[in-house]
Design a protein around this ligand. Structure first.
Ligand code: BGC
Length: 420
């Protein structure tokens, strides 16, 4: 029995319990999410403000923990207890799994009235639908394969912005020699795998990346090129703080912002921290595609899946949240704060900074060929069970500087096989 079948069995019992408490007045929308860093909180505040402006009550259920693993644990226990929130941050293939449990509500009225099918790229719309009906609303498109750079630190170290992996190591050596932490990083499984997937993209290319994380192809997972990826990951680990265990991503971002470290390999939510610190893209900091991944774009789409509710007023509040999330005004302000691209395709990009404008251009280029790929580390490529198996192998490997890359690829393959 896999995790989701087990959950289904428990939920069928729990469905005998009341689904949602009745709210008085204009209706309440409870939103479970993991946007808790300074920049993320500023972004979520824009959504809350809009829902409140429309006369509804926002009940915030923020579960700290980057990448969302802790939030997903809370969500599962709420669902098992028969008391899910109105909306929860659920992404990628996981939306299908929740849909299959029969817990999500169909957003037919709001999606038809607001033309979601024409507003959204087809690829995005498909992810949001279960059985042909929208059950989730996307809020943005994050790009994962970024490198964030403090140019003042680079200048002091005499380093140049890297465009290849060789140049990345050269810059890292120069930063180290000048007394800086070359790579800011937090030792948490999702952060380790964020670095790992960008290396796979750089070294195997987008087709190899797809074969590894979407097709879970054994030859790709165990071949010589993947052994080289692990070797390179080990080498990169040597430029990270050995005391990084448990460090949150935004604390690592702050090390680059404050000039203690030179770079961070992280998705563009990292930009939300630079923005919150009042820093300007292209001037105070630089964003470049992770070296060797130019032309590719690993996407990570944040979306709010909507659970079935009983109270009519709460359903009105839930529909309002779904509608607001795709309105142009919200798409602009939210994504300016969040660091991501608007998910609507008809937006005026002149209101965005240089990094987001670059991201929009790169998305279009990547979309033309194989370059547009789902992020493994951010729940877009596989089930959470497979993702968890990859996380374990990668983190154990990175935590042991003497680990054997040839063994790691075998462990990766067998861990994935047993999670499938
Ligand atoms: C989410 C982002 C979030 C980041 C750090 C990612 O998985 O998609 O919205 O900012 O995790 O928590």
């Amino acid at each position: 029995m896999n995790a989701i079948t087990r959950l289904a069995a428990v939920i069928s019992l729990a469905s005998l319990l009341p689904l949602h408490a009745t709210a008085a007045g204009n209706g309440t929308v409870e939103v479970l999410h993991w946007w808790t860093s300074g920049g993320e909180a500023a972004a979520v505040q824009t959504l809350k403000a809009q829902v409140e402006k429309d006369g509804f009550t926002w009940k915030d259920n923020a579960v700290a923990g980057g990448g969302g693993a802790a939030a997903m644990t809370v969500l599962k226990s709420r669902a098992v207890a028969g008391n899910p929130p109105a909306a929860a941050q659920i992404k990628g293939p996981d939306i299908q799994e929740w849909g299959a449990l029969g817990l999500l509500t169909e957003l037919d009225e709001v999606s038809t009235a607001n033309n979601w099918d024409t507003l959204l790229p087809a690829k995005v719309a498909d992810i949001m639908k279960y059985d042909g009906h929208y059950v989730a609303v996307p809020v943005n498109i994050h790009r994962v394969n970024w490198l964030w750079i403090n140019p003042q630190v680079f200048e002091k170290a005499g380093a140049k912005v890297p465009t290849t992996l060789d140049e990345l190591f050269t810059a890292a050596d120069q930063l180290k020699a000048a007394g800086f932490q070359p790579l800011a990083h937090g030792g948490q499984p999702w952060q380790d795998s964020t670095v790992f997937e960008s290396l796979v993209l750089a070294m195997l290319g987008p087709k190899g990346y797809h074969a590894a994380f979407v097709d879970l192809d054994e030859n790709t997972l165990t071949g010589e090129p993947m052994i080289k990826v692990f070797q390179t990951l080990q080498r990169l680990g040597g430029y990270m703080d050995p005391n990084r265990a448990g460090r949150d991503w935004n604390i690592a971002a702050a090390e680059v912002i404050n000039g203690k470290a030179g770079m961070q390999i992280m998705g563009d939510w990292a930009k939300s921290e630079w923005t919150a610190a009042g820093k300007v893209a292209g001037k105070d900091y630089q964003c470049v595609a992770f070296p060797g991944t130019q032309g590719s774009f690993t996407y990570n789409i944040d979306s709010l899946a909507m659970f079935r509710l009983k109270d009519d007023n709460d359903i009105k509040a839930q529909n309002d949240l779904a509608k607001v999330a795709l309105e142009p005004q919200f798409q602009t302000v939210f994504n300016q704060n969040k660091g991501s691209l608007p998910v609507r395709q008809d937006m005026d990009m002149s209101a965005f900074d240089a990094c987001t404008q670059q991201s929009a251009k790169d998305f279009k280029v990547a979309e033309q060929g194989d370059g547009l790929q789902p992020s493994m580390a951010h729940n877009m490529a596989s089930s959470l069970a497979v993702q968890g198996a990859i996380f374990d192998v990668v983190t154990n490997f990175l935590n042991d500087p003497k680990a054997d890359p040839a063994k790691a690829v075998k462990q990766l393959n067998s861990a994935i096989k047993s999670a499938k």
